[in-house]
Design a protein around this ligand. Sequence first.
Ligand SMILES: Cc1cc2nc3c(=O)[nH]c(=O)nc-3n(C[C@H](O)[C@H](O)[C@H](O)COP(=O)(O)OP(=O)(O)OC[C@H]3O[C@@H](n4cnc5c(N)ncnc54)[C@H](O)[C@@H]3O)c2cc1C
Length: 190
Amino acid sequence: MHPLETRDVAAASIIRECTDRGNGVETGKGPGVWLDTPMIEKIGGKGTIEARIPAMYRMFAKYGIDMRKEPILVFPTLHYQNGGLDINVNGETTNIGNLFAAGEVVGGIHGRNRLMGNSLLDVVVFGRNAGRNAAARAKDVTVGKLSLDHLEKFEKELAEAGIETEKTSPKLLPKYTKEFKYVCKKMEEE
Ligand SMILES: Cc1cc2nc3c(=O)[nH]c(=O)nc-3n(C[C@H](O)[C@H](O)[C@H](O)COP(=O)(O)OP(=O)(O)OC[C@H]3O[C@@H](n4cnc5c(N)ncnc54)[C@H](O)[C@@H]3O)c2cc1C
């Protein structure tokens, strides 16, 4: 792949090498590929890593890995989801009145593939818009009685569809996000 390809192409290329082509490096937690981080300093000069990606440098240093001198093992994981909630120009969801949304949970802002760095821009611009409109709307809204009726409705829908699950509410995050937290915790303990 070209080094300036979009991130989904880079991720797909790594996954292809590790799965279809069997070229992955065994990490003990599944296959990965070497990211040639010393090359960053070879190209950019000494000190580039600490200046440009200090948090990553510190994160690996914590585990005794000097990414300026040795490559690091990587594998793609979830970075962003092109949300799903449909909003109008005021940031109000089109299906549920008085519910305003902004950010990653919203669909359609970025088309099929979000440009790098544009999520934080989206959060600030659309968040401000939704926040201002929600605050204005709140003045005219009488708050109803809080209940868990929506969860009961969700459980009923699951039962009707014949889906058995231990989930207590709708969730989008895939299972491996929990496993990732578990791996991080284990690494910290060790
Ligand atoms: C590794 C990584 C690097 C990234 N780098 C960049 C970058 O360089 N530039 C960029 O623009 N974007 C980047 N992004 C994407 C960007 O960080 C996110 O899209 C953005 O932070 C989403 O903001 P948000 O407020 O919409 O959602 P979130 O930040 O996910 O906030 C949602 C919040 O809701 C809370 N929550 C969830 N469920 C409930 C509930 N039931 N009740 C109450 N609270 C709940 C969560 O705990 C969370 O605090 C990156 C993402 C990742 C994962």
